[in-house]
Structures are given as C-alpha cells and as structure tokens.
Design a protein around this ligand. Sequence first.
Ligand code: OAD
Length: 249
Amino acid sequence: MEFDPQYLAQAPHLVVFTGAGVSAESGIPTFRDALSGLWEHFDPAQLATPQAFRANPALVWGWYEWRRRKMLQAQPNPAHLAIAELARRVPRLTLITQNVDDLHERAGSPSVLHLHGSLHTPQCFACNRPFKGKLPCPDLPEQGGSLEPPRCSGCNGKIRPGVVWFGESLPQAILKAAFQAADDCDLLLSVGTSGLVQPAAQIPQRALQQGARVVHINPQPQECRAPQEYSLTGPAGQLLPQLVQRAFA
Ligand code: OAD
C-alpha cells in the first residue's frame, strides 16, 4: 500500500528516528554502506570501545577529532531542514537520533534525543566530569592520525569523546524517553538507519507493536512485515522535503 502524506499532517504524535543516512548528503560518511561506510575502512574494536581508548588514547582521540572537525565543516542538508520544518507544523514531534553530530540542532530542530551521545560533549575517561575547556584546534588530523587527548581539570584524567562506545550503556534517561515516545506515537519516520544496532533498533519495532504507522526512508528498499509499515526508497534529502510539501500543501 502507498503511504499517504496526509497521515503526517494528521498524526497527533510524530516520532522521527534518524541514523547516519540522514547526514550522508551533508558529506558525513555512514558506518555500513559498502565502499563509503566508516566500518569498511576502520576497525570499530580499535576505535570505538573503552578498551581501545585504554590501549591507545591518542589514536582514538585523533580519529574522533578528525570526525568532529569534518562535522563542523558540514552543513545541514534538506532532510535535516525538512525535519525541523515538521516540528513547526505538527502538534507534537519527538526527534530521536543515533547520530553524534549536531546537524539537527543547526537545522533548527528544537529538541533532540541523542541516543549515542555527541561529539561535542567530551568528558573525563576517569571521573566522567564534562570537559569545559576549549578543545585545541590544530589542523584537521588525518584519518588514522594520532592526537594526545587533553586532560581533566579536576583529576588530570584523559578526556574522551562524549559518544557511546560498543559495550557501553546508552544514557538511560534518554533511552527511556525514546522508548516512551515510540510506545506513544501515531506515526514514526525511520530515516537513514540500517537498524542493526541495539537497543536503538527496537524503537521502530516498539512503534509498530503498539499499532503506529512506520515509514522507512532509505535508498535501499526496506522489508515491510506489518500492514502499517511502508518503505519509501530514495535519499532522505529528496524524499523528506517532498513528503512535507505534499502533507501541508
Ligand atoms: P549505518 O551506516 O549502519 O546505516 C546507514 C543507513 O543509511 C543505511 O541503511 C543506508 O542505506 C542509509 N543511507 C545512506 N544514504 C542515505 C541517504 N542519502 N538518505 C537516507 N538513507 C541513507 O548507520 P546507523 O544505522 O546510523 O553507533 O548505525 C547505527 C550505529 O552504528 C551508529 O549510531 C554508530 C554505529 O556504530 C555508535 O556510534 C554508538
């Protein structure tokens, strides 16, 4: 069945759940796309775990600083802007992202649940105190280049990126709010995610289980198992502005 854009205009509570694909058209690589995905070129075990940081903090910090700098140079794309526009149009929108960039905020989305943390909130690896200093801004480290992390002003521990690594728990209050929104919504747009990482991948499933419509927006066709599940095939930067325009024409 075809998705009627009017459903967007009629939903009392809309959830938008995003993954790396929503930022792909801003030039930020996804994780698992063939050829361009980060995990095609880098080993998550050496970069995205507490053990990796313990073993080689400069390698890990350098890699995340490279990503943070790339993200600062990137601009929100039409998909981020369409989601911000939706927040102004619908009665209630909860935006949940797995992304660690701030492109939703820079596009004008007023409130974002960051399930996997943010590159812009570094903290102490030893005492968890947020890092308040200014991050030194040397030239963009090369992919794979090392950079010594700054030190905590409280305990002199090493500063780590503010992202959730493999093997770590998600921020519990944010996960709870995200699950509650999924359980309560009428319509959920799942944009640019492979749906392979738990527990985030449960979010569209929870919405479906309580009867909400779920729409996947992805260049790769997504398998739809439920009658109220839809797959819109194409880049989010094209499809989302069209949907918003048709819903509120
Ligand atoms: P993935 O790289 O796993 O998936 C990206 C998805 O975006 C794929 O399904 C692509 O087909 C799709 N995609 C690519 N270009 C797109 C476009 N222009 N418009 C819409 N979709 C597009 O990224 P995530 O699902 O976000 O975890 O990955 C989940 C988590 O795995 C990430 O948050 C990260 C990673 O390890 C942490 O950092 C903790």
